[in-house]
Design a protein around this ligand. Sequence first.
Ligand code: R5P
Length: 284
Amino acid sequence: MIIGCSASQKLAASVADLLDDRLCPVETRKFPDGERYIRVKGEVDGEVTVVQSTGSPQDENLMELLFMMENLKDLGADYVRAVIPYFGYGRQERRFKSGEAVSARIVARLLEAAGADEIITVNLHENCLSEFFTVPVTELSAMPLIARHISFLDDPVIIAPDKGAMGHAREVSSILGCECDYMEKVRLSPETVETRVRDLDVEGMDAVVVDDIISTGGTIVNAAGILRNCGASSITVCCVHPVLVEDALLKIFSAGVERVIATDTLKSEVSEISVAPLIAEAIK
Ligand code: R5P
């Protein structure tokens, strides 16, 4: 049985469809004071998969997932699999400054305490997040789906907007059989990044910037400016998780990017690649 929580309803339905599984009706709403209400409207037993991304509003979506899992166990499920396509709070995986809460570890502990027997997720921001869990964690990569989706480009070159994204760029470029390169980025604050200009061999080529997350868009805006100066003939941007804070998309298009392509781990205007087949295959 598949359960879709409010942040991932369509994705849950697609996964259920691909697996020919039952999509259990649920009621999720808020009380007038803002507190969350959850009701499972079906018989619960055996193995249950809950699909819920924990992007914005992170606290509400996380709370809903925790309520759902605990409730399912209480209603008779003996195995609860949490599919968390976008793992919110995943960027605070350590204490960068003294006194900070290691939010990703706290979330992992909460998920287990609520009854998660297994976690399936897509492109974690930091691979070490899986070490915070004692239950099995499967991290799927959406890069092959992205590579297939952009295979129409004539002369692509894949660019990682920072060294950390180089693994993603390599994964895509090896599937497409093209070159890849990276940029050097320094993050000055959560909102500001500085990207050093390196000589990139992209003249007359279709540059494709590949990253795991687009949040404020600052990283991509910088990358696009450099690629234009280096003579790229077109700029496409692909990411797994379109967090897209406020006017991020507008900033990216204004910077001369032709296309922004993302997956549906989070709902957005550019979520054109579905990770449902990836998740369904992993559950199988
Ligand atoms: C950073 O390490 C990530 O891979 C992304 O590059 C980053 O999260 C993007 O953030 P923003 O869109 O705010 O520059």
